[in-house]
Write a protein that binds this ligand. Structure first.
Ligand code: GDP
Length: 194
């Protein structure tokens, strides 16, 4: 799939502010600093997501329209160390509402850092998606930071720690060096075409 057109549609917190569910949708999520903004910018070939935005600011769900054909949704990251309990609760509520109501959601891209074992929060997110029967793929970020032996092991570690079924695609990527982005777009295209 080629990305020909990228439009920012809006930011929203509540379902009544989401764009109408008139096109298939793909969402991307991961812990803070995982490289989400960088990957979005590389995938969409456009500096559209803020890299390393200040944590603790009001975080919103950002909707983009791609090729007039589907929505791409940037979900707020989790696991900020400096966030208060009240803010975490707000995040949880916003995410619950999104995942439980968004009827046109076809795929979630769950990001993990290729350099480290997935965290407990990553595992919880994966369990949550499975419980809601939302299709997902796992994408490892920052592949360029790994040496050869780490590269060879990274996929296996992600699969083991997240207890992934063999049917779940795991793709290791680098936003910086644009590695394996076409593979991610392949699954996006497959999901929105069904
Ligand atoms: P976010 O908080 O998940 O949106 O993460 P960012 O995209 O802001 O990235 C966090 C940090 O990781 C920044 O310093 C990025 O430059 C760096 N980063 C992100 N992706 C890559 C990558 O593919 N390779 C390398 N080497 N660094 C990356």
């Amino acid at each position: 799939m080629k990305i020909k057109k990228v439009e920012f549609i809006k930011s929203a917190v509540k379902p009544e502010d989401y764009p109408p569910p008139d096109k298939p949708e793909v969402a991307i999520v991961g812990r803070s600093n995982v490289g989400k903004s960088s990957l979005i910018n590389s995938l969409l070939n456009k500096k559209i997501a803020k890299v390393s935005a200040t944590p603790g600011k009001t975080r919103l769900i950002n909707f983009f329209k791609i090729n007039d054909n589907f929505y791409f949704v940037d979900l707020p990251g989790y696991g900020y160390a400096s966030v208060s309990k009240a803010e975490r609760k707000k995040w949880q509520k916003m995410m619950d509402l999104y995942f439980q109501t968004r009827e046109n959601l076809k795929l979630v891209i769950l990001l993990v850092d290729s350099r480290h074992k997935p965290t407990n929060l990553d595992f919880i997110m994966k369990e949550y998606l499975e419980a809601l029967e939302i299709p997902y793929i796992v994408v490892g970020t920052k592949l360029d930071k790994l040496n050869q032996s780490e590269k060879a092991k990274a996929k296996k570690i992600i699969k083991e720690v997240l207890e992934l079924d063999d049917t779940i695609p795991v793709i290791l990527t680098s936003a910086k060096e644009k590695i394996n982005l076409d593979q991610v777009l392949f699954y996006v295209n497959q999901a929105i075409s069904n």
